[in-house]
Every structure is written in structure tokens, then in C-alpha cells.
Design a protein around this ligand. Structure first.
Ligand SMILES: [Zn+2]
Length: 481
């Protein structure tokens, strides 16, 4: 048996404590770009986990939907995550595919990055699915880069379901991997196991090593093999322009290629495509209702270098976007760290509402040390409509003073400036498949995932994902009223 935990959610510490108390060692798959973000484990937590015998394992930098990416970007996601974890003191042998999405080409990438195995989901029989499958994976697995596991555990699983998965496998022999996301005490979400059920299961499972010869151990120990050397992902040349700047090329899940629907706070944004655009045939429209706090905006994908433009320390960047809007808008700017995580940086002054196409131009302050990429978008932070198109970014060129468009006096509405983005409320990512792309291994599923789909996509694309925004670490430029 292996008990595995995905995504590095902070409440998994409760699960680890229960395991430690029962002498059970498991595997924690973490996305390094999320470590230290509110709601996720910290490096100190990882040290504690590793120190108590738990295995730290890889899950990409930004919880990326790997098959949707160019192969170079996929390799950065897998390899650089492994390098970062090693640099933090956690040599890794095991990997799990975000969203349980992979292909033979991605399996090869995972092997090239130095992993010994990679876990899928939903290929083991239980009352929740895969009725024609076996009750256990073989040991060793026939394909170590596609190891079969139960469906991810959900709150609907009873203690008996967990026990059944073990006892069923005991009738045939083999290896069973359990996959947990949240370990909850109260207000349990769909992808959670309660602390009480998990405690009872752990207490029941631990003695079976003596009574049934059913041992529970980390994935890396089941697969075996030494920790392989580190491999860096391809560097490539930094992107110097906005990719798909006119939003004309469609991407996954109804979003333009290389863009995602960002935002945070308490509000209801609806993203849509309108025609024609400022140029070309489309532009992006955000209709905001029920606004209480936060904002919404279209942003270049938070990735490691195939969509988001590169940024250099000390350089300034002149940002341009054509827009129409019924309300004031402003740029929200994010930066990518050297290890591939993304953090909110700063915002521009406000730009006035405009009924005709207007160019919003603004030049950023110099990029602080330690950052390698930039993402930006015009945000809407009150009830109204914002249409954008034809984005541009130019390094080191001072923009003309944005005289015409910048609001110099606070408009009557909205009265409140957007709140700083230090406390995002988005839910953490999970293995639920992107809305419009069911997992390849469960093509027969016709019902949508039970988990509510967050409004925001992942760092690298799928709409089912969420981008946690790190606390402001550099400098907050308050919106200029
Ligand atoms: Zn995950």
C-alpha cells in the first residue's frame, strides 16, 4: 500500500501527523511553485515531513496540465520542479501527473528529468470506478511512468471503502496507491478525507504489516532505485513579445492560447469573446457583476517561458493594451521568480472609462532582482464591462506620459480601490480534469467532476485550475486614485 498526497495543501500536515503516530510513511507530491503560498505547505513543513520519514515527490512547478504544453515547457515544468526540490534539500524519485494527464511523450519527459516513476489515477477497481480493472497494480508496475492508482479519494469515501481497497487487493496481491488532497476537520470539501476517517483507517492499516503481510510504504521505496542525477529543463530564448497579442488563436477551455482568466476576491466575472476586435476578429470581454472585492483580468499564462514574456532585473517595461470600458481599469502586474513561482508585484494608475477603443499605456518601475518573467493585464474591479485587445510589451522604452487616459481625480464610482492581492481566496488546485478535457484514462465518464470548478485556471492553462497568488513580497504601489 502507498498513501499519497497531492498538491502540498497545508492541511495535509494533519494527515502526516496521523501517519507518524501510526508509523506509516507515505508520499507527498508537491508543486514547488506553490510552496510557501498561503494555503500550501512551506519549506519548513517539507523539512518536517522529510525528517519524519515521509517522501517528498514532484508534481511540476505550477501544477501544469502537461500534455497541453509545448514539449520544452513541459520539460521545464517537470525537470525544474525536481531541481528546485533538490536545492531545498529534497532529492526526489517519484512524480505524479497533475490532473492525471499524460501521454507517452510526457512519460518520456518525466524519465528524462530523472524520476523513477510517475502516478496516474483511476485505473484500479473500486466501487467508484474502473469496474473492469484489477484490484491492484503489479509490482513492479508494467510501466513505471504510468503507475495505476485508485480514483482520487473524496469525502464520499467511507472507512469501509478504504478498508475494501486494501482487502480486495489482499485477495490478489499487488500494490494499491491511495491519493488524498485535503485532510479536513470541519467544512470538508469534495476532495477531502476527514481526520477521523483517516485516523481510523491508519490505525486499522498499520498492524496489517504484521497480521497480513500488507506493508505500507512510500512510492519511492515500492519502485526502488537510487535517486538519479538532476537534469535542468531547456532554457530556450526568453519570450520578448506578448504571445497571441490579438487573442485571435483559441486555446484550451475557451481561453485564447497563451492566456488565462485571472482574478481573485468576492465577485462574479464572466469572460466572453466579442467581434470584431480592435484589430482582427476577436477581443476579450469581461462582464463583472456582484462585485464586493478583488478583480478579474485576462493575463498571459503563468508559465516558465513559452507564453509569459521574459523580464530582466533593472529593466522597465512599457505595457500597452487597447480597451473599451464602462468603468475605470488598471494594469495588474505579476512577476515570475527564479524558481518559477508567480507573485503579484504592482498595479498602474487607473485608466478612465472609454466608449471608443483607447490605448492604455504604462511603464513599469525597474524589475527587482530575482525575477525572470512578467505577466500583466487590465483588470476590472467594479460592476461593468471591460473589453481588451492587442496587447504589447516593450523593454526599456519609456512610454509617453499617459495624459489622456489616466484618471486624475477619483471617480464617483467605484469608491473603493481594489484591495491588495495578499490574501487570495482561490481554492488550491486538484487533480480534477480541465472542464473540456476529461482525463484520457476515464473516457467513459459522462458526469462532470463532482468538485466545483474554480473560476480561475491554473498557472499554465486548464480552466479547472486555480492560481494561488503569493503575498506581496516586493513593493506595493497603491492604485492611484
Ligand atoms: Zn495535483
Amino acid at each position: 500500500m502507498s498513501l499519497t498526497f497531492d498538491d502540498g495543501n497545508a492541511d495535509q500536515l494533519a494527515g502526516a501527523t496521523i501517519m507518524n503516530n501510526n508509523g506509516i510513511r507515505g508520499t507527498f507530491y508537491v508543486a514547488s511553485g506553490n510552496i510557501g503560498v498561503p494555503g500550501f505547505l512551506t519549506q519548513a513543513d517539507l523539512l518536517w515531513l522529510a525528517g519524519s520519514g515521509q517522501e517528498i515527490a514532484g508534481h511540476t512547478v505550477t501544477h501544469a496540465d502537461l500534455p497541453s504544453l509545448p514539449l520544452d515547457e513541459a520539460k521545464r515544468q517537470v525537470c525544474n520542479d525536481r531541481v528546485t526540490l533538490a536545492n531545498w534539500g529534497f532529492p526526489t524519485r517519484s512524480f505524479a501527473y497533475p490532473f492525471a494527464e499524460s501521454t507517452p511523450a510526457i512519460e518520456a519527459v518525466v524519465a528524462e528529468c530523472g524520476y523513477n516513476s510517475a502516478r496516474m489515477l483511476g485505473d484500479i477497481k473500486s466501487r467508484f470506478g474502473c469496474s473492469s480493472c484489477a484490484y491492484a497494480e503489479s509490482t513492479p508496475p508494467s510501466n513505471p511512468f504510468y503507475t495505476k492508482a485508485l480514483d482520487q479519494s473524496e469525502i464520499t469515501w467511507t472507512l469501509q471503502d478504504y478498508k475494501d481497497a486494501v482487502t480486495n487487493a489482499e485477495t490478489t496481491g499487488g500494490w494499491v496507491q491511495f491519493t488524498f488532497h485535503n485532510v479536513c476537520s470541519t467544512s470538508c470539501g469534495q476532495l477531502a478525507v476527514s481526520q477521523s476517517v483517516f485516523s481510523e483507517f491508519a490505525a486499522w492499516l498499520a498492524p496489517r504489516s504484521a497480521t497480513m503481510n500488507t506493508v505500507t510504504m512510500p512510492v519511492g521505496d515500492v519502485i526502488g532505485g537510487a535517486v538519479k542525477p538532476l537534469v535542468n529543463g531547456p532554457v530556450g530564448s526568453p519570450v520578448t513579445e506578448v504571445q497571441n497579442p490579438g487573442l485571435e488563436t483559441p486555446g484550451a477551455n475557451g481561453q485564447p492560447q497563451c492566456w488565462f482568466q485571472g482574478g481573485y476576491g468576492d465577485n462574479v466575472p464572466v469572460f466572453s469573446t466579442v467581434s470584431p476586435g480592435h484589430t482582427g476578429s476577436v477581443a476579450n470581454k469581461i462582464t463583472m457583476t456582484s462585485y464586493v472585492s478583488g478583480d478579474a483580468k485576462l493575463l498571459p499564462t503563468f508559465d516558465l517561458g513559452s507564453c509569459a514574456p521574459g523580464a530582466s532585473e533593472g529593466s522597465t517595461y512599457s505595457l500597452g493594451t487597447w480597451y473599451t470600458s464602462t468603468v475605470v481599469t488598471q494594469y495588474a502586474v505579476y512577476l515570475r521568480t527564479g524558481t518559477g513561482s508567480w507573485q503579484y508585484w504592482t498595479s498602474s494608475p487607473w485608466f478612465a472609462a472609454a466608449s471608443a477603443w483607447t490605448l492604455a499605456e504604462w511603464t513599469t518601475p525597474p524589475i527587482p532582482a530575482g525575477y525572470t518573467g512578467i505577466s500583466f493585464g487590465l483588470s476590472i474591479f467594479s460592476n461593468g464591462e471591460l473589453v481588451t485587445d492587442d496587447y504589447s510589451i516593450t523593454e526599456g522604452v519609456a512610454a509617453p506620459a499617459p495624459v489622456a487616459a489616466v484618471v486624475t481625480e477619483p471617480p464617483a464610482e467605484p469608491a473603493a480601490a481594489p484591495a491588495p492581492e495578499a490574501t487570495p481566496t482561490e481554492a488550491p488546485p486538484a487533480e480534477t480534469a480541465p472542464i473540456e478535457a476529461p482525463p484520457a484514462e476515464t473516457p467513459a465518464v459522462v458526469t462532470p467532476p463532482a468538485e466545483p470548478v474554480p473560476a480561475e485556471p491554473p498557472v499554465t492553462a486548464p480552466v479547472a485550475e486555480v492560481i494561488p497568488v503569493a503575498p506581496v513580497v516586493v513593493e506595493v504601489v497603491a492604485p492611484t486614485p
